[in-house]
Structures are given as structure tokens and as C-alpha cells.
Design a protein around this ligand. Structure first.
Ligand code: 26M
Length: 820
């Protein structure tokens, strides 16, 4: 029976309309126990999902078989976060049965789009980093790279955001409440994870040192697998670990009096994977967060070693068969854990173990912000992972010995140390990851350059060949083919469908940028998408917008460095122009914002309140609300994002230069035909390079100019007092009208801008407002706008995550695809 489901005679997996109809009814009857007259929309969704799942599994199993047969070198991707988005629409595309399914459902009077809306997405990440991991899964699968992605099965993902009285209010995300069709639990794949206790050092008869870790608690991690189907042939596994109590905690073993205590203990162990930390930067010293990180790393490494040994191989060759990618420092405790497994469990010697370890890992850095770099207090590590702390000290001491042989100054050496003992001693996880890896990469050309010049400067001097760049990318299958079927259809009509597997083919559109008829078609598609988005906005906020308006969008996590409040200053400047200067010719614009603020981030939450207050004020003023609309869409998610990008005309990428490592929203907008107004930050630089400077709205200081400006002494108050129009906008933040009498409401933002303005909003203000005037001028010329939009899309080839993954394969992993 070995090849039963995949041998040629049984290869038919039922992809016709009739097959889908039959299976759909069967699922409804036999899996859900429903008949159509009593079935809810969610029952129909689930029946369809189960139908599709069967087909996904047939392809998945076949793909796994192929990887096993070829026994090729593979990738293990370690990430604390994933944001896959809804699976159903994507799987339909990848199985190439969207139309068959739509027709099958129509025969039951069901609308595919209505059922797609029912899916609850796994919000197992905060933002860019988690979504990037999921784009990479899509490309790894499509390209047929033998790989497995490991992470945490959070029971509650990123919080649900509601807006009450203009403020963000958080509630728990119960994504598993109605079940999860796409995962299968693998109870046989489970590992023990230990915590706490102490270590014991002893010598045997031959004076060989033996170190034993005597932990004081243990839990178990169980694998939950989700097949990630690529386009057409291959798949990979997303393996997420859930924490459970171990059998030894089985409360049957306790007497009755201990029963409650036993259950309590069980509950405490299951805490570890309860909830995702909703911060997208480091919050220091949270013990549970470190437990989460170690928990998933420990399970994943045991699993990798199991897979390696299963093939009859020796651990000395681990690095030849596997490479392990660390998605930021969140899984970087893996460096110490692999050393522990090799030394203490598998009795390897230090030199050999260290060689294997540093030939196995590669590390991706996603941030330069000093406050976001992970540092764990030594005391916390000692309590939770005493053996790992010893190993980190040993790694550090050997590393320091090594660098003493080069001409580093004492200052440099203490800067490079894995231990920062200037205050409370902490471990610098980025240093541990860098020392323990064979490659370190940044996520855009600019960011990788800055990484070598700033954060990891000394390391780049020591090991220049270790550092490289892989510019981020996005999956154009989800973010164009699935989410923007109209534009995808128009493109395929013109240049065929090859772009689905080779995004460079979009270049073929460029010659049509001058074709008036094509431009018109292009703008018709955009308008239909804008109507769609307008309907979505109405549904979510009750606010109506005219779809002919310029739709100007900034969607991303709320952060001061991303400067959502710079956009607000611009909106207020337009308001003033209409109200105070009597200007009449401002093109009608809808300003759309969305994004979550970390629950403990005071300024970010105030910025949301500022946006909604400006919205309330402007949307209700009949003198301006035909021209300006300001909307905050609640609860931004992958699902909502898929409605937003296709309907956007203008993409706001306005972070202070040097702060946004890459950005990936910038790519999603441009791929959907929005033009970008942005700074020379992150991947904006490369987007502008690709589309041509004449097709990109640039403003603001460069990274170097920012540094110079700050060095020379930056005085925002001076800029404010010398620019009358800026002054009246900033002063308006404290006005009775905006704050409805609560004039202290935005004092913190006002004071921050006038006294520190660490992200140079006032510095870049005029340049931004000027560039926006240029945007408006071109918007007025819709033929010109269409031309620029087409050229933008035609030059997005580079930003496919397929290209990024090929870069990882060539520059870092040295891994090859298996044949489909
Ligand atoms: C760390 C410690 C404790 C709790 C949470 C964290 C944490 C979680 C997520 C820290 C950072 C996190 O994400 C950062 C992030 O999303 N960075 C973005 O990564 C994208 C993909 O490379 C880039 O495009 C963005 O520029 C970058 O901001």
C-alpha cells in the first residue's frame, strides 16, 4: 500500500466541477451531519474547506514522498511568528480549481466569495516579520525546496482591535473557536522540554568532565501540522508546537487531595503557548516569552535531529543535510541548545560540536532600532536555563580569546561581548546569533549596509564574508492572483499566465503603458476595486466614500518611526487650506489608515486617537467632507489587507530614513498599481530604482542627512516657529475644536514634536507637503497616472518572494529544488 495514493492509476484527485460537488455534499452530510436546509454559512464554508483539504493532502503527501526519495539537503525555518492569512482561497488558486469550485457552488445557489469570508485567519504574528515568514513558505513550497517551518501554535493570536470612542480596545483572538480545518495533530511527534533547576559537574575515572542539568520542571510539545501548498505541484509543512503537561503529571497518579494541585500544574504548563506577545519590539525580561522561545526551539531541534538520525546519518554531518534559518533573534537560544544537545546528550567534543553548530545556523536581522534588539537578563537565564547560560559564557570566553588575537581595542572587545555588563548583566542575543551562524543577512540593500556599518560593525570587520543581503519579497500569488482577480485577469489577458511562476514576466506590460486603450482598461479595473474597498469601508465603519476619490493609504503597525502622525499633519494642512485659505481645487481624497498599536505603547495609542479625532472632525464638517475623508479601519489583518491593496491609488511609505528595515507593504501596494510617496528607507530605495525615479514620489532626508542633522543639533521648535503654515497645523493639535474641549488630549504628541521630534517629522514636513502637491498635479492627469501605475507594476518582478528564496538558496543555504 506504500504508494497507494500516489501511484499513477490513483493519481486522479478529483478536480472537476462534478467531483467538487459530490465531495462538498459528502462533507456536509458525513463530516458535519447537516443537510443543506439547516446548514449555516459556516457549515458550508467548512464543507468546502474539507473538500479542498482532501485534495491538498493528496498533493502534500506526494510532495513529501518526493523530498524523502531524493534525500536532498533541506531548510528548517525557525520563526516565533507566522501570518499565513486565510488558506481556502490560496489553496484553490494553487490547485487551479477556483472556477470549477465557483461553478460547483453556484449549482447549490452558493457564492464562493461569501464562503471565503467565513474563514477565520491564524493571527500568529504581529506584522511584517510574521507575514514575511508566510510569504517565504509559499515560495519554498512553489519552488520545491525541501523545507519545514517551525513555530508556536498560540491558542490566542494577535489581539482583536476595536475602536471605541476613537481609542483602540483589545480583546482576545479566539481563532480556534470554530475549529481549524487546515491542521492535523501529530500526537506521535512530541518532545519533552525541561526548565529550571541546576547543573552538576563531575569527573569520571578518566578525569573526563561530565555536566548534568537537573531541571526542576518539564513539559511536552506536540506537533500540529499545516500543509502549505505551493502553486501547482509541491508543498511544505508548517509545524507548530503546542505545550501540554507530560504524562508524569497525569493526575491519576495523585491521591484525591492532590487532584486540584495536579490540574493546576497541568494548566500552568499549557500556559506557555496560550498567547502571542503583541509587541513588535523587544520587551525586556518577560519570563514567559523566553519560555516560549526556548520551548519551540527545543522541540524543533529535537525534531530535526530525529529526522536526521532517521535517515541513518551521524550528527557530525547535521550541517551537511540541514541548514537552520533564524528569523530574527527570537529563536537564537537555538545556538546554545544545539551545543547542549551535541555535547551533553550526544557526547560530542566541544570543537566538533561548535563546528557543526556554526555551520548549521544562519541569522536574519530585521531591525536596527536599539530598543528592539533582544537582551535577556543573565539572572533570568540562570533561573530558567542554567546549563544554557554556562554554555553562552563558554562560547563567549572562547570568542573573546579568538578576537584578542586580532587588533581589536578593549573598547571594541567589550562592545562585541555576548554579555553586556554595563548595568544589570544581559545577554545580547544578536551577538549570540551572529557568532553562532555561518551567514548573517539584512532584509534590504540599505538595511544590510547599515547593519555592517552600525549595529554589527565590529563583527563585519572580523568576518566580512559572513554578511550578506537578501532583499525581502512578497508572494504575488496571494497578493495579486488571489486578492486582485480583476487586475490579474487583465494582466494575463495581455501577457499570458507565466507571471504566476515568474514575476519578471510583468515587464511585458511596460510597452502597453503608452497604449491609451489599455490605460483606460487599467483604470476601469482600479475603479471596480475601489468600489469594492468603499463597500468594505462602509461595512466596517459606516462611512461612505465616493470611489472616484484619490484613495491614499497607510496601513502598517502604529509606530512613531513609521510617522502616521506626519500623514495627519499633512491632512490638517489640507484642511487649513480649504477652511482658512479658501482653496477650492484640492482633489477629493480619502485617507485610509489601519494598524494595531502594542497595548503598552502609549504614544502609538495616542496616534490612533489622533487619527480618529481628525476623522471625526473632518468627516462631519460639511465644508470639507466632500473633499476630505479620514478613515481608520479597525483590526487590520491579512484578510483585510487583501481588500485594501487592490483599491489603493497612493501608498504611504513615509518612515524616517534608516528606520524601516525593509517594509513589505510598499511592495504589495506597488504590485497592485498604487503609486508610492516615500522616503529613501528600506526597500523603498530598491522599488524606486526598479520603477524609475520619475515614477516614484520621493521626499525627505536621506539616512546620511538624518545623521548629519542630528549631529549638528536638531531644533524642531525653530522649524515650527519659522514655518507659519506648519505652526498653525501643529497648534491645531491643542485646539478646542479638535479635542472637543479636552485640550490636553494631544499634549504629549505636541510636546514631543516641539521638544524632541526624534523621527524628524517637522524636518521632513515641508518636503512632504510639497511632494504631495506634485502627487495631486499628476492625479489630475489620469492618463499620466495610469501610465505611471502600469510602469510600476511592470517593474515589480524583483519583489517576488520567489526571487528572495532563490537568493537565500544561492547566497546562504546552498540548497537545490527537487523536481516537481
Ligand atoms: C520581541 C520580543 C518580545 C516580543 C516580541 C518581539 C518581536 C516580535 C515581532 C519583535 C519584533 C517583531 O517584528 C518586527 C518586525 O516585524 N520587523 C519588520 O520585519 C519586516 C520583515 O523583514 C520588515 O519589512 C520591516 O521593515 C520590519 O520592521
Amino acid at each position: 500500500t506504500e504508494h497507494y495514493f500516489t501511484k499513477p492509476g490513483v493519481a486522479n484527485i478529483g478536480l472537476t466541477k462534478e467531483d467538487i460537488k459530490t465531495s462538498f455534499l459528502e462533507k456536509l452530510f458525513y463530516s458535519l451531519g447537516r443537510i443543506p436546509v439547516v446548514a449555516t454559512k459556516n457549515d458550508f464554508y467548512t464543507s468546502l474547506a474539507l473538500t479542498v483539504r482532501d485534495r491538498v493532502f493528496r498533493k502534500y503527501v506526494k510532495s513529501l514522498e518526493q523530498y524523502a526519495e531524493e534525500d536532498a539537503r533541506g531548510v528548517a525555518y525557525l520563526s516565533a511568528e507566522y501570518l499565513p492569512g486565510p488558506h481556502l482561497g490560496n489553496n484553490l488558486l494553487n490547485l487551479e480549481i477556483v472556477e470549477e469550485t465557483r461553478e460547483a457552488l453556484a449549482e447549490f445557489n452558493l457564492d464562493l466569495d461569501e464562503l471565503l469570508k467565513e474563514e477565520v485567519e491564524p493571527g500568529l504574528g504581529n506584522g511584517g516579520l510574521g507575514r514575511l515568514a508566510s510569504c517565504y513558505m509559499d515560495s519554498l513550497a512553489t519552488l520545491g525546496i525541501p523545507s519545514i517551518a517551525y513555530g508556536i501554535r498560540y491558542e490566542f493570536g494577535i489581539f482583536k482591535q476595536e475602536i471605541q470612542d476613537g481609542w483602540q480596545v483589545e480583546s482576545t483572538d479566539k481563532w480556534l473557536q470554530k475549529g481549524n480545518t487546515w491542521e492535523i495533530v501529530r500526537p506521535e511527534i512530541s518532545f519533552e522540554v525541561k526548565f529550571g533547576g541546576h547543573t552538576e559537574h563531575s569527573r569520571d575515572g578518566n578525569y573526563k568532565l561530565h555536566i548534568e542539568w537537573i531541571p526542576d520542571s518539564e513539559i511536552k510539545g506536540t506537533a500540529y501540522d499545516t500543509p502549505i501548498l505551493g502553486y501547482q505541484s509541491n508543498s511544505i509543512t508548517l509545524r507548530l508546537w503546542k505545550a501540554e503537561a507530560t504524562e508524569s503529571f497525569d493526575f491519576a497518579a495523585y491521591n484525591l487531595g492532590e487532584y486540584y494541585r495536579a490540574v493546576e500544574k497541568k494548566m500552568r504548563s499549557e500556559n506557555i503557548t496560550k498567547v502571542l506577545y503583541p509587541n513588535d519590539e523587544n520587551l525586556s525580561g518577560k519570563e514567559l516569552r523566553l519560555k516560549q522561545q526556548y520551548f519551540f526551539v527545543c522541540c524543533s531541534l529535537q525534531d530535526i535531529i530525529r529526522l536526521h538520525l532517521l535517515q541513518g546519518r551521524k550528527l557530525e554531518t547535521l550541517h551537511e543535510k540541514f541548514t537552520i534559518q533564524l528569523n530574527d533573534t527570537h529563536p537564537s537560544i537555538a545556538v546554545a541548545e544545539l551545543m547542549r544537545l551535541l555535547l551533553d546528550v550526544h557526547q560530542m567534543g566541544w570543537e566538533e560540536a561548535w563546528k557543526v553548530t556554526k555551520s548549521t545556523f544562519a541569522y536574519t536581522n530585521h531591525t536596527l532600532l536599539p530598543e528592539a534588539l533582544e537582551k535577556w537578563p543573565v539572572n533570568l537565564l540562570r533561573n530558567l536555563l542554567p546549563r544554557h547560560l554556562e554554555l553562552i559564557y563558554e562560547i563567549n570566553s572562547r570568542f573573546i580569546t579568538e578576537i584578542r588575537e586580532h587588533d581589536f581595542t578593549g573598547e571594541q572587545i567589550s562592545r562585541m561581548s555576548l554579555i553586556d555588563d554595563r548595568g544589570e548583566p544581559t545577554i545580547r542575543m544578536a551577538h549570540l546569533a551572529t557568532v553562532g551562524s555561518y551567514k548573517v543577512n539584512g532584509v534590504s540593500a540599505l538595511h544590510s549596509g547599515l547593519l555592517k556599518e552600525e549595529v554589527l560593525k565590529d563583527f563585519a570587520q572580523l568576518w566580512p564574508e559572513k554578511f550578506t543581503n537578501v532583499t525581502n519579497g512578497i508572494t504575488h500569488r496571494r497578493f495579486l492572483a488571489v486578492s486582485n482577480p480583476r487586475l490579474a485577469g487583465l494582466i494575463s489577458e495581455k501577457i499570458g499566465k507565466e507571471w504566476l511562476t515568474n514575476l519578471d514576466k510583468l515587464k511585458g506590460l511596460e510597452s502597453f503603458a503608452n497604449d491609451e486603450y489599455f490605460r483606460r482598461k487599467w483604470m476601469e479595473v482600479k475603479l471596480e476595486n475601489k468600489k469594492n474597498l468603499a463597500a468594505q469601508i462602509k461595512e466596517l465603519t459606516g462611512i461612505e466614500i465616493n470611489p472616484e476619490m484619490l484613495i491614499d493609504v497607510q496601513v502598517k503597525r502604529i509606530h512613531e518611526y513609521k510617522r502616521q502622525h506626519l500623514k495627519v499633519l499633512h491632512i490638517l494642512s489640507l484642511y487649513m487650506q480649504i477652511k482658512k485659505d479658501g482653496q477650492k481645487d484640492i482633489p477629493p481624497t480619502a485617507f485610509i489608515f489601519a494598524g494595531k498599536a502594542a497595548p503598552g505603547y502609549f504614544m502609538a495609542k495616542r496616534i490612533i486617537k489622533l487619527i480618529t479625532a481628525v476623522g471625526d472632525f473632518i468627516n462631519n464638517d460639511p465644508e470639507v467632507n466632500e473633499t476630505l475623508k479620514v478613515i481608520f479601519l479597525p483590526n487590520f489583518s491579512v484578510k483585510l489587507a487583501q481588500h485594501v491593496y487592490p483599491g489603493a491609488d497612493l501608498s504611504e511609505q513615509i518612515s524616517m530614513a534608516g528606520k524601516e528595515a525593509s517594509g513589505t507593504g510598499n511592495m504589495k501596494f506597488a504590485l497592485n498599481g498604487a503609486l508610492t510617496v516615500g522616503t529613501l528607507d528600506g526597500a523603498n530605495v530598491e522599488i524606486r530604482e526598479e520603477v524609475g525615479e520619475e515614477n516614484f514620489f520621493l521626499f525627505g532626508l536621506t539616512t546620511e542627512e538624518v545623521a548629519e542633522r542630528k549631529k549638528a543639533g536638531y531644533h524642531p521648535y525653530k522649524i515650527y516657529s519659522e514655518n507659519e503654515k506648519l505652526k498653525r497645523v501643529v497648534d491645531f493639535l491643542l485646539s478646542e475644536e479638535l479635542t472637543k474641549g479636552n485640550t490636553e488630549l494631544f499634549r504629549s504628541i505636541y510636546d514631543n514634536l516641539l521638544n524632541q521630534d526624534p523621527y524628524l517629522l517637522l524636518q521632513d514636513y515641508q518636503s512632504y507637503v510639497d511632494q504631495m502637491e506634485n502627487v495631486y498635479e499628476i492625479w489630475q492627469d489620469s492618463q499620466k497616472w495610469a501610465q505611471m501605475s502600469i510602469i510600476n507594476v511592470a517593474n515589480m518582478g524583483k519583489f517576488s518572494s520567489d526571487r528572495s528564496i532563490k537568493d537565500y538558496c544561492e547566497k546562504i543555504w546552498k540548497v537545490k529544488a527537487v523536481k516537481a
